[in-house]
Design a protein around this ligand. Sequence first.
Ligand code: FAD
Length: 548
Amino acid sequence: MLAYLMDAGVGLMGSEIRWRLEQALLSVEHGAERIANLSGVCQMPLSQTVGLPFHLFVETVEQAPVAISITDPKANIVYVNSAFTEVTGYAPEECVGLNESMLSDKNTPATVYRDLWSTLLSKRLWRGTLVNRHKDGRRYVAELTVAPMLDANSNVTHYIGMHRDVTDIYGLEQEVKNQKALTETVVDSMPVAAVLLDEDYRVILDNQRYKGLTSELGVVEPIKKFLDLLRQELGMAWEKYLRGGLGFKDRELRYDPGGARSARWFSCAGTWFQEGDIAADSYFNQRRKHYLLLTLTEITQQKRQQEEIRLSALKTLNAEEEKTQSLRETLSGVIHRIQGPMNQLAAMAGLMSRRAMDTQNAALVATLDQVIASSRETITMLQHCMPEPTQLRKAPVDLNQVVHEAILLMRDRLLASGIVVDWQPSPLLPSFAGDDKRLRGMFKQLIENAVNAMNEAHARNREIRLSTWQEHDTLHAAVADTGPGIPEDLRTRVFEPFFFLRASPGPQVGMGLAMVQDVVNQHDGLISIDPEYRDGCRIHIQFPRSRD
Ligand code: FAD
């Protein structure tokens, strides 16, 4: 019983309690008046006393810091200790002889008492919480444990009740619950997706808007994707934010779900906070736990508007560039065409001048020299008219964005040609150093080539598949069409300037793939025609991604 009382009703089995109580009662030899009554009703022979000094037993019960009452089988009180008086307000003389129900607030549901009594009647220990009324009328929450005391024949002789006033603890628990409910309500009603992560990036708390993203984006835990995007966006700085516990805001993340779904944009902010660990082992060694609160505000609408504005600016710019490019190509073509016959004339003049020179020959050679000289002048003049190519300017480029814009620039032509575009960007693609203008022009040229090829071959199945992906430190892009394809023996030659695959080149001068090759070279990349692809032509481009 001593241990039981010290445990204050914590974690003992009914049989053990019974044994301890019996042992304690058996130790009673002489007694304080109130306790001695108990030995009177107990059937156990006092000869079985285990030797615990009775006064110690009485003192322990008396001074136990928990309200203790001992009742007869009908719950009529026979003994209360001083903590009982302290908790309930009733002195022994005011409650001994009365039923424990004197403490009942009458608001505790009947089911609680039914449960209490059915447990006690089956001679088991009952533990629960109910509302008691103090002598002064004030209600308090009582955490009550009642154990039956059995005699040698297993008949209940007494009940021992122990209870604590846990109103303060209950109040604190409620406060925590209220606080939690309030936090959840506030977080839930936020118009942005919010998610709280622990140090291992596990979701501790999220809101409805975030849950909505799960189904909208079709992924189980979207935060994983967003964390990857964030790491890419912040690069080396991510570690700094992580270690320093620094917050960040206005980080724009582009989420590309691929397939038919268009990209979505989110503005991301992060705030770190710490809390004291509540585990027992950090009682003396206070540890701190770190949490990251991430908010994601969808800015797709704004981005689309910006994109539209950007696209119309791009279209204007592109029209200018196209004009310059076509002038450059036309002039190159003319120079190329003049240069061929001029070289032949120069060879002929050289041949003739080495032969015996009569007057007629001399006149012819002089005429040829004049023609050659004037051709050279024309070529020089044409070369001067050639617009200078713009300077190569490299900056971090989003390959997905570049391809996407090239598709948008070709949108009208693709629609007019009845071509279906299947765009499959890699959802996570790091940026790389490149000239976005040239790269965009390059992809536009590849799409244009694909459209021309399918139109010229009157292809029935008209589809262009574009995709991007990453392998280690290399970014890949592919443009595949369902046109006639390029014969195997010409797959290298098509990249040469002024090379035409088909007899009727129309307005083209055969510079498209040469320009593409140029841009790839400027980015230290590789370009090839996929030999395995059988449905048409598939151009595969690779760009190395510098770690800087
Ligand atoms: P009651 O008329 O007492 O009865 C409510 C239900 O319990 C009924 O269904 C009834 O059949 C059943 N019941 C009552 N007495 C017995 C019995 N002797 N045998 C079988 N079934 C019975 N109650 C508190 O509210 N606060 C306390 O701090 C508290 N401490 C207790 C300590 C001990 C050691 C014991 C044995 C009981 C304690 N009780 C306590 C329970 C108390 O005795 C009452 O049962 C309870 O207060 C309900 O009182 P009531 O007048 O509303 O209903």
